[in-house]
Design a protein around this ligand. Structure first.
Ligand code: ADP
Ligand code: MG
Length: 343
């Protein structure tokens, strides 16, 4: 039987994506209440819609969500001098650090992604991110010279981080600056979703700064329909995905960038050159069960570009949409896993 037998009422102008290898959404128990929450955190906005069981008040959900967001910031924000990650970044060369759970989980995932992507994802790019004006040190429009670039590159390198998985500890090799901005938002989405599950919710849509995760159906029986983000000015035919048991993340060159001498410098750095990526990808969207993985993969595919990225995604059965080009026209490339979800 189809996962969602009733697809009435969808805008005809959109293509529709349905996950196929999923369990059917749970039937909503009697007495569930729909709640909407929103706020600001991690330099962006967030929102949660959830169907809560009887006895779980809105304030309870709000406190749960806030606690998870606070935890991500406390452990992993490079914008806070007293966070766990900032303390690690300042720590002495050769020192070992026992990591709190969230920090450990994200570092472990980030290093695995770095290994699997041949270093296209690198959670140690802090000095380069700052050099190009995308980090906590703030924005500037001048371009770094070769000496500055070499100095920053010498301080990066995910292979230099020691990770002791048995002790859940990491070694600061000296002057390494971790930067989880390419993965932490996705992790935070997963953490909030898990908190909703623990609270007994059977249906939700969690969103932080454009990364989302959804489960189940709304009160009207419809899944959480989410439009895949498209670059501004792109008038291609939109896509809607039924976000059930699935998360979505987009990396876009229009999200954070500066222009200099007629060129756009966006905030994804190619670790091979130490410079912002140069190919003409405008955005990459990835669907995955875990938002943390979708978030990191969107960055990986942005670094690799359409050609290399398509090979990487095909080999791993990743559902991804690449949009290349610019104001003069956009082109779309879908991986087979994404095309397989088209209704
Ligand atoms: P957003 O969701 O805000 O568009 P992304 O998930 O695309 O952000 O991540 C971009 C951020 O990740 C950058 O601002 C930078 O801090 C960091 N970053 C840039 N290049 C890389 C890379 N190659 N690997 C890992 N992190 C990166
Ligand atoms: Mg990312």
């Amino acid at each position: 039987m189809a996962l969602f037998p009733c697809l009435d009422g969808l805008p005809m102008s959109h293509r529709v994506l349905i996950p196929h290898d999923m369990e059917a959404p749970p039937v909503l128990p009697a007495g569930v209440t729909a709640h909407r929450l929103s706020g600001a955190a991690m330099g962006t906005s967030w929102s949660v819609q959830a169907l809560a069981p009887q006895g779980v008040a809105r304030d309870t959900l709000a406190a749960l969500v806030q606690a998870k967001l606070d935890r991500v910031i406390r452990e992993m924000s490079t914008w806070k001098a007293d966070s766990g990650i900032s303390r690690f970044n300042r720590a002495e060369a050769g020192s070992w650090h026992s990591l709190p759970d969230a920090f450990y989980t994200v570092l472990d995932a980030a290093l695995s992604m770095a290994a699997d992507s041949g270093g296209a994802f690198d959670p140690t790019l802090g000095p380069l991110v700052d050099l190009w004006g995308f980090g906590p040190e703030g924005r500037h429009d001048r371009l770094p010279d070769a000496v500055m670039l070499d100095a920053a590159r010498a301080r990066c390198g995910w292979q230099r981080i020691g990770l002791d998985r048995a002790r859940r500890s990491a070694r600061q090799p000296g002057a390494i600056r971790l930067d989880f901005s390419g993965i932490a938002k996705g992790y935070a989405v997963d953490l909030v979703a898990q908190a909703l599950r623990d609270a007994g919710c059977v249906s939700w849509l969690v969103e932080i700064g454009g990364e989302l995760s959804g489960l189940g159906v709304k009160s009207d029986g419809q899944p959480w329909w989410v439009a895949l983000e498209r670059p501004p000015g792109d008038d291609g035919q939109g896509m809607l995905v039924a976000l059930h048991g699935l998360a979505i993340a987009t990396s876009g060159d229009y999200r954070r960038y500066f222009d200099h001498d007629g060129r756009r410098y966006a905030h994804t750095i190619d670790p091979r050159s130490g410079r912002p990526v140069t190919h003409d990808l405008a955005s990459v969207t990835v669907l995955h069960r875990q938002c943390m993985v979708a978030d990191a993969l969107a960055t990986v595919l942005t670094v690799l570009g359409v050609d290399e990225g398509m090979v990487f995604a095909r080999e791993r059965n990743i559902a991804a949409l690449f949009i290349s080009g610019g104001a003069s026209g956009y082109r779309e490339s879908m991986t087979p896993a994404l095309a397989g979800m088209l209704e």
